[in-house]
Design a protein around this ligand. Structure first.
Ligand code: PGA
Length: 264
């Protein structure tokens, strides 16, 4: 395992790559997504937002521009969207995806799916999103980040795992973490539409990106701790094809845990 990887591990069945920096993590992740598109040009890709995958999208655009990888047949489903939010609000995930990826590649707009933060019937919107996922045969490769509280998508810590796309009340911790993208904390929407844990777990492959010291503890608990809805990402231990890419800072506590197996 050369190139962007310093080390490759298995942790509770999950393949973990440790890279030396955010840039290396992003390149490694972009390589995996681009390989998926090359191998299966009509892949269904699940995309994530937030600060972590920005470098990956940038690298995907660079590869697209240099090597002309064809995105015209892929279909995309985003994990979540704030609710309510206008599509043209610069903090909406619709805007984020357009700005960071879609406007730079050729992809038919009908192939793009993001929950509608402007919907006037949110229950119907959730049901429609579930149906679209189902009709398209589910996701081939789902990209994930992880929240400081262990959320995936906007599935916040809870007493049970929510299976399907649903309306979420955001945790105070999430509102505070995401306030950095808004002019003030008050402006962060209090709700979001999110794919459920079942939607995510039905993906055939999952790729999680984790960067920075602040995530070192939660990713270690995710990989080695008990599986519980109080740490939603822990359910990934039950999926049979998960790859996690860490930068060195995020890997600190994982590498301090003796329960991993180092792969050659
Ligand atoms: P971040 O968010 O990449 O901005 O840290 C990750 C997440 O909340 O899933």
């Amino acid at each position: 395992m050369k190139g962007h990887t310093k080390m490759r591990l298995k942790a509770n069945g999950i393949t973990v790559y440790v890279t030396k920096s955010y840039e290396e993590m992003s390149k490694k992740a972009a390589g995996i997504v681009m390989a998926q598109v090359i191998i299966k040009p009509d892949s269904i890709l699940g995309f994530a937002t937030g600060g972590t995958p920005i470098g990956m999208y940038k690298e995907m655009v660079r590869i697209y521009q240099n090597d002309g990888v064809d995105f015209s047949q892929i279909k995309t489903f985003n994990l979540d969207e704030y609710f309510p939010i206008k599509r043209d609000n610069q903090q909406s995930y619709a805007y984020y995806m357009d700005h960071n990826l879609f406007k730079h590649i050729h992809i038919p707009s009908n192939n793009i799916h993001i929950p509608d933060g402007e919907s006037c019937d949110v229950a119907l919107e959730c049901e429609t999103y579930n149906e679209q996922l189902y009709q398209n045969g589910g996701i081939d490769l789902q990209v994930l980040g992880i929240g400081n509280n262990g959320h995936i998508g906007f599935n916040e810590p809870d007493v049970c795992f929510e299976a399907r796309t649903h309306l979420v009340q955001l945790d105070q911790e999430t509102i505070e973490a995401n306030a950095r993208f808004f002019a003030s904390e008050e402006e962060v929407p209090r709700q979001a539409i999110s794919m459920g844990i079942g939607n995510i777990m039905h993906s055939r492959k999952i790729l999680m990106l984790v960067s920075g010291k602040s995530k070192a503890n939660i990713i270690s608990k995710t990989l080695f701790g008990s599986i519980s809805p109080t740490l939603p990402a822990s359910i990934l231990q039950l999926h049979n094809d998960v790859t996690v890419i860490l930068d060195e800072e995020a890997a600190e506590e994982v590498l301090g845990n003796p329960e991993y197996t180092r792969l050659l």
